[in-house]
Write a protein that binds this ligand. Structure first.
Ligand code: DGL
Length: 263
């Protein structure tokens, strides 16, 4: 089967890794909309328009069987429109509030996401539904998204900038014992976050998404354990994108190509 993962940047690779680990017999393509990065700073209608047109075009061109929107910022607003436009399954990623609410001991959870995701009614509904008994400290941080992109392009990560961005949580009178990584870029910075907040439990959505994808695909009796290399696509082939192509090949993609919208 052909699976497409989509994000604004490199964050979706954190989801791809989990899905591929669980389902290595499929073929994976990866599309990232770096021309409009960061999504966390974009107006909603732009994200919905971009996601719908890019993804529907690629799905038809590459005969995709299942799409994973490996981006919380996009998933929290685009899923209804995308599902209406496509006849294949579309899986979204939303902040893992529910498992975090079950894990926390001190009943204080940090929600680390993009500025857009922390403001979404969808996120408030998740908190009201699953974490009403907890204090949830919401922190929208584009700095971490930028640092994750830097890391994936092979540049040094500015750990001081991450420390500074996390200060509202570390300086809080009751620092959270559990942190929801509500942006797919953040698992790429796990080591750095652990160094700044030792002992904190980090909760991301990767394993849950992989499980969900597995339930949606027909069971394939196969002995194949090697993934067939798919293609990575970006919407802006600049110098940074060229730097990232190295890591995309390491992750198992054939190469990085420019993806152009027809209209
Ligand atoms: N990786 C994305 C997310 O999960 C968005 C990052 C961005 O472009 O702001 O929300």
């Amino acid at each position: 089967m052909n699976i497409l993962l989509f994000d604004s940047g490199m964050g979706g690779l954190s989801i791809y890794q989990e899905v591929r680990r669980r389902l290595p017999e499929h073929r994976y393509d990866y599309l990232f909309d770096n021309a409009f990065f960061p999504y966390g700073e974009q107006p909603e209608h732009i994200i919905v328009e971009r996601c719908c047109s890019l993804i529907t075009q690629l799905v038809h061109e590459r005969q995709i069987d299942l799409v994973v929107i490996a981006c919380n910022t996009a998933s929290t607003i685009t899923l209804p429109a995308l599902r209406a436009a496509l006849s294949i399954p579309v899986v979204g990623v939303v902040p893992a509030i529910k498992p975090a609410a079950m894990l926390t001991q001190n009943r204080c959870i940090g929600l680390l996401a993009t500025p857009a995701t922390v403001q979404r009614p969808y996120t408030s509904q998740l908190i009201a539904q699953f974490a009403a008994h907890c204090q949830v400290l919401k922190l929208g941080v584009t700095e971490l998204v930028i640092q994750a992109e830097r890391k994936m392009a092979g540049y040094a990560v500015d750990e001081l900038a991450i420390r500074h961005a996390l200060q509202p949580l570390t300086d809080h009178s009751l620092p959270p014992d559990t942190l929801v990584l509500g942006c797919t870029h953040f698992p790429l910075l796990k080591e750095e976050i652990y160094r700044i907040m030792p002992g904190v439990q980090l909760v991301d959505s990767g394993a849950a998404i992989a499980k969900r994808v597995a339930t949606l695909l027909p069971h394939m009796a196969t002995t194949i354990t090697d993934t067939i290399n798919g293609q990575a696509y970006c919407t802006l082939l600049d110098q940074d994108a060229h730097k990232k192509s190295r890591i995309l090949i390491e992750y198992g993609f054939h190469s990085l190509q420019l993806f152009e919208l027809m209209n």
